[in-house]
Design a protein around this ligand. Structure first.
Ligand code: PEP
Ligand code: MG
Length: 541
């Protein structure tokens, strides 16, 4: 919720705050300050009463929106909208939702589940009236889910500098950065998800500034390379923000990677569909990691199988036959989904990634169906996040098989994709030999480093411990790489470390032959792998 921060005593003249560089570039704009939400606001829903109230408020909000729309519409459209309002407020429709909440579901899950069941009950009826009713219900479903997530009310003006303690990735993703702007955080971490997103989009960002005394609207400069935030910058530094939309990086023509048969395959990580415009598919091996939790950043999208399907299909089509690795939802930790997944620091070690998917199988089933359906269009691999034990892989495979049988019954074309696992929990990195059932491995160095060093990736104060644990990390990687080879399974690295030219060379030296990096990092990594140096000669690797 946006709100003025406490007024600083002396606002005259420039004031500097020093922090840590998280994403390079310079941006100038009016400060947009954020009052921190208390832990209670974002904590896991307390109980059925709160969930019921949340649902009632969201339904009321959706009804208000429809009423406002109806008032602005012509008579025919208004009649349709009024019917929707009637449906929305119908006690009969709400009864199964309330029953699900009484059984322990969150408001979002209960609403989506009950509406899906209602829509499904129309089956494949050829009668138009049922098709129309299904479309109305889908609209209502998404409207209420959006209201539950508070979507649309948390964005901030284009070109502004976001100033706050931390920033939820979903807010970063929902914002339009094409008019510039930047991020200045009092806390945060350079290996946190929002920093990673900022680097991938070319949005200047500084973290670890401590409390920043700034009035809303005061001009603020963010220098993401220097780790500096300056309030009221003077002189040329105060020039308006330059456009920070990432441009496609220049590629060396003789690239290390796919198209030229060199030894190291370079793929890209995708966080948004717009990332697809940042690289030439002919210059990469494929998509090594699509973070689906970022591609579908609201409950309305995550709970809609068709949105999954359409989104994945666009990636597959753009890659034109190159392999696409779609990772199942890695929700939890700092990747919350308001109204659906509370997340929070505690869940970094708790219900996150595959643990959450197996605990909420309806979410996993929906995504599994969409993944198997799009696998019919091209080479799709499915990657499972945060796996710890072989049992989890087996349980997810079973779930896929059950959903495949369901798609069979429905006569929907589909294909069972290879299922691989993220190597981001130290227990897995040490026991790859136990995961012979995995089709491939992908190392998530961001999480592997945080869990290895017991230093949270969203904690500025612990950042030096994470980076200081590189020796431990590389010892573990040596072992994991050898174990994957012994199993004859492909292993790649998709964590941010692979996007650092120097460390990419060390990875190749450690035996990795597949790296996946943000599109913006392709040029630098490719150049580093091609250059001769103390670590590696990419051409002979
Ligand atoms: C990782 O942990 O390195 C990774 C690629 O996953 P994410 O950054 O999305 O947690
Ligand atoms: Mg991870």
């Amino acid at each position: 919720m946006a709100a003025p921060m406490a007024a600083p005593r002396n606002l005259a003249g420039p004031r500097d705050y020093r922090g840590t560089a998280a994403s390079p570039g310079r941006a100038v704009g009016p400060a947009w300050t954020v009052r921190e939400r208390s832990a209670a606001t974002v904590a896991s829903p307390a109980g059925q009463t709160e969930e019921r109230h949340a649902l009632e408020a969201a339904v009321a909000q959706a009804a208000d929106e429809l009423r406002a729309l109806s008032e602005r519409s012509d008579a025919d459209s208004a009649a349709i909208l009024d019917l929707q309002i009637e449906m929305l407020l119908d006690d009969e429709m709400l009864a199964p939702v309330l029953a699900r909440i009484a059984q322990g579901d969150s408001a979002a899950l209960a609403w989506a589940g009950a509406l899906d069941a209602y829509i499904d009950s129309f089956g494949d009826s050829p009668e138009d009236i049922f098709a129309v009713r299904s479309a109305d219900l889908s609209d209502l479903k998404n409207r209420v889910l959006d209201a539950l997530a508070g979507r649309g009310r948390t964005d901030f003006p284009e070109g502004a500098i976001y100033v706050g303690k931390d920033m939820p990735p979903s807010l970063f993703l929902a914002h339009d950065w094409s008019k510039g702007g930047g991020v200045a955080l009092s806390s945060g971490s350079a290996i946190g998800h929002v920093s990673m997103l900022a680097r991938a989009r070319g949005v200047p960002m500084v973290i670890g500034l401590g409390p920043v005394a700034v009035e809303p609207g005061e001009t603020i400069l963010v220098d993401g390379a220097e780790g500096l935030a300056r309030i009221n910058p003077a002189g040329p530094a105060a020039e308006p923000a330059t456009r920070s939309v990432p441009q496609r990086p220049a590629e060396p023509t003789d690239g290390a990677g796919a198209a030229h048969g060199a030894a190291v395959g370079l793929s890209v990580n995708i966080n948004a569909l717009s990332d697809l415009d940042l690289f030439d598919p002919a210059e990469v091996e494929g998509v090594g990691l699509a973070r689906t939790e970022f591609l579908l950043p609201s409950p309305a999208e995550v709970l809609n199988e068709e949105r999954h399907h359409d989104c994945y299909r666009r990636i597959i089509e753009r890659l034109g036959g190159r392999p696409v690795t779609l990772r199942m939802l890695d929700l939890g930790g700092d990747k919350a989904l308001p109204g659906l997944v509370a997340g929070g620091t505690g869940s970094f070690l708790g219900e996150r990634g595959i643990r959450l998917l197996l605990a909420r199988p309806e979410l996993a089933r929906l995504q599994a169906r969409a993944l198997m359906r799009v696998a019919a269009y091209g080479p799709v691999n499915v990657l499972l996040p945060m796996v710890t034990l072989p049992d989890e892989l087996a349980a997810m495979r079973l779930l896929f098989e059950e959903e495949a049988a369901r798609l069979d019954r429905l006569g929907m074309p589909h294909r069972m994709p290879p299922l691989g696992i993220m190597v981001e929990v130290p227990a897995v990195a040490l026991t790859l030999d136990l995961f012979a059932e995995a089709a491939f491995f992908s190392v998530g160095t961001n999480d592997l480093m945080q869990y290895l060093s017991a230093a949270a990736r969203d904690d500025t104060a612990a950042a030096h411990l994470t980076t200081g644990s590189e020796t431990a990390l590389f010892r573990l990687l040596d072992q994991a790489c050898a174990a994957a080879r012994a199993l004859g399974k492909p292993i790649s690295v998709c964590g941010d470390l692979a996007g650092d030219p120097h460390l990419a060379r060390r990875l190749v030296e450690a035996g990795f032959r597949q790296l996946s990096v943000a599109p913006m990092r392709l040029g630098a990594v490719r150049a580093a792998l091609l250059s001769r140096g103390p670590h590696i000669d990419a051409a002979s690797a």
